[in-house]
Every structure is written in C-alpha cells, then in structure tokens.
Design a protein around this ligand. Structure first.
Ligand code: UDP
Length: 347
C-alpha cells in the first residue's frame, strides 16, 4: 500500500447518523472502523454500506463500555480520530428510565476518553444536540441560538446526558489531555441517503415528525397528529431547524479534517443546522407537494416539553470548519420518501 490508511473509530456507526457518516468518511478517503452493539440499529447495515461504497466495512459487534474490545481496536488501528455517536436517544424513554440513559451515555463516553488518553489519540468528534439549549426564547428572548449561549437548560434526562457529556469533555480537555474535541450540536436530522440503501429505522411508533409523516403516507400509521396549533409562531405550530442527514454526516468529515490541523489541545462547540426554521405545518405542506398527494393529519394536544421555536445560527461552523448545509427540506423529504418505500419493514 502506498499511502497510509487513516482509520477513524465510529462508535454507533450502524445508526442513522453514524451510517451516513461512514459513507462520507469513505468518500473523503478515511477508513472507518465501526463499533456498534446493534441495540438500536440493524445488523444488515454494514452489508448495505459495503454495497453502497464498494468497500469492505470493518464493523465490530460490541458496546463502547467493552474495554477489552476497545483496547484491541485502539492498539490495532492507531486511530487518527474518534467520532462518538453511540448513545441512547429516545427522549420519552429517558424520562421513564433515566438511569439507563445516565449509565449508558456517560459510561460509554468515559471509556472512549480513557482509551484516547492511553493511546494518545488526537481527535474526537462528539455528538451533542440542540436540546442542550432548552427553550431559548424563555431565557434570551430569541429563537436563534449561538454556541456561546450560557442558558443551557435541557428538559429531559437524555438532554442532560448530552450537557453532562459536554461538561466531561471540557474538564477532560482542561486536564492533561492532549486531544482536540469538536463538539457538534445537531439540530433535527431528516432524510436518507439518495441511493435508497440506508436511512432512518425507527423502532415501533416513530417519535420524530418526518418518519411519522412518511409512515402515515404509506399506510403504516393512520393519521399524523400535529401536536398543538396555538404556539406563539406564525401558523401556531412549532418550528425546528431540519437538516439533511447527509449534510450532517458531511459536517463530521469537516470536523475531522479541521481537528487534524489543530496543533494545541482544545475544545470547540459548533451548531450543525441550516439556520432556517420550518414549522410543522410547513413540513406537512412540503411533504404533500413532494409526493403530490394530501396527507391524512389532524391537530391534537400539545406534546409535553415541546419547545415552541428553535433554530441554529450556523455561522461558526461555516467560518471555522468551512462547512454549510447544501440540501433543502424538499430534497430531504424526497430522499426520506424513497427510503420509506424501499426500506425493510419490521413494524
Ligand atoms: N411533531 C408532531 N407530530 C408528531 C411528531 C412530531 O406534531 O407525530 C412535532 C413536534 O411537536 C415538534 C416537531 O414536530 O414540534 C418536531 O418533533 P421531533 O420529535 O421530530 O423533534 P424534536 O421535538 O425533538 O425537535
């Protein structure tokens, strides 16, 4: 082999965002190594990734707390960097079973950091979430958020695990760690890979808006309930910053490249969103336009804990990572729709 392979450990690499990031890493010339215990993902994903990228995919079936497995992977591949996705992410479940979330999400992060210290691994990209901002309008009077906000107030145990994860990383970097961290606060990922090979695979009834819409349109669900119509927004429904999962995946590659250029240990936070808010009604209308058919939906009561309006100011990522989103919600809906019609159905 003439050039040295750049191995990147991707924890949770068979999941929704992880699998799309594996594709982007390969396209950028990296060699991803997946560690995933498939608790929330499907075992056929590595095969799909092989078909899609025409490359052998290294995928290890293990939890991130499995120190022996981690140790053998770190010693074998001498990773340039780690992208840490592996975490439980269902907000509702985190309310009913908080210890599961604190245990899994924090202990996996800590095992990864211990291993990075042991092997002097240079770069870490951490999956955080805009959920750490809580309801920005109630604290800052604005719905657009910047990374320097001091009003961090997640409203679920899941969100708390992301904020505590961020704090662990700040403390780790302030200690003798010699690594560099890019902490990415994701907004709302939607869509699927344009190939139709990979996409979101919600287990049971989807919590998120677009999977619920696509499942309604194919007849798995009877009707979408739009949660609330008297919020203080233009059309009375909640506003989010929906970002195509391939744009989000691409942000990880930009972060890995940026980390590689850093010479001193440090940590930077980046919002990864489009900078544009879309209401639930606008999403429904956009979907109907893309598929050319009306969707069955009705208004229902507000969902407890919903933030009326939040969207990213993504300028820092543009300036420092040279990254910005490229796809519209229409492209994301088209890709999600293609995926819904082709994806393996387990429900
Ligand atoms: N939503 C809805 N019906 C659904 C699922 C979601 O009206 O069946 C709304 C939800 O109230 C929120 C928006 O869609 O305003 C996005 O919800 P999602 O759960 O996808 O993201 P999050 O609220 O976590 O940002």
């Amino acid at each position: 082999m003439s050039t040295k392979q750049k191995h990147i450990l991707v924890t949770g690499g068979a999941g929704f965002i992880g699998s799309h990031t594996v594709v982007e890493l390969i396209e950028a010339g990296y060699t991803p190594v997946i560690i995933d215990d498939f608790r929330n993902s499907e075992r056929f994903i590595p095969e799909r990734l092989e078909k899609l990228t025409n490359q052998k995919i290294i995928a290890v079936d293990a939890a991130c707390q499995d120190v022996e497995v981690l140790d053998s992977l770190f010693s074998k591949y001498n990773f340039e960097g780690v992208i840490h996705f592996a975490a439980d992410k269902a907000v509702g479940e985190s309310v009913s079973d908080p210890l599961k979330y604190y245990d899994n999400n924090l202990s996996s992060l800590i095992s990864i950091l211990r291993m990075m210290d042991k092997y002097n691994t240079k770069s870490l990209v951490f999956s955080s979430s805009c959920t750490v901002y809580g309801n920005p309008k109630s604290t800052t009077g604005k719905s657009v958020v910047t990374e320097d906000s001091i009003h961090l107030n997640p409203d679920s145990p899941y969100g708390n695990t992301k904020l505590i994860g961020e704090q662990i990383l700040q403390d780790w970097i302030a200690s003798s760690s010699r690594s560099n961290v890019a902490l990415l606060r994701y907004f709302n990922p939607i869509g699927a890979h344009a190939s139709g090979e990979i996409g979101e695979l919600p287990q049971g009834i989807p919590n998120n808006l677009l999977p619920y819409i696509t499942q309604t349109a194919v007849g798995i669900r009877e009707k979408l309930t739009v949660f609330g119509n008297d919020y203080d927004t233009e059309d009375g429904t909640c506003i989010r910053d929906y970002i195509h999962v391939c744009d989000l995946a691409d942000a990880h590659v930009s972060a890995i490249k940026w980390l590689d250029l850093q010479t001193n240990p440090g940590i930077e936070i980046f919002n990864i969103g489009t900078g544009k808010g879309t209401s639930v009604l606008e999403m429904v209308q956009a979907f109907e336009k893309v598929i050319g058919k009306p969707l069955s939906w009705e208004y229902g009561p507000k969902r407890s804990g919903d933030i009326p309006e939040i969207y990213a100011n993504p300028i820092k990522a543009k300036e420092m990572l040279q990254w910005e989103s490229k796809f519209s919600i229409f492209q994301a809906i088209e890709d999600a729709w293609r995926w819904e019609n082709n994806r393996p159905k387990n429900d």
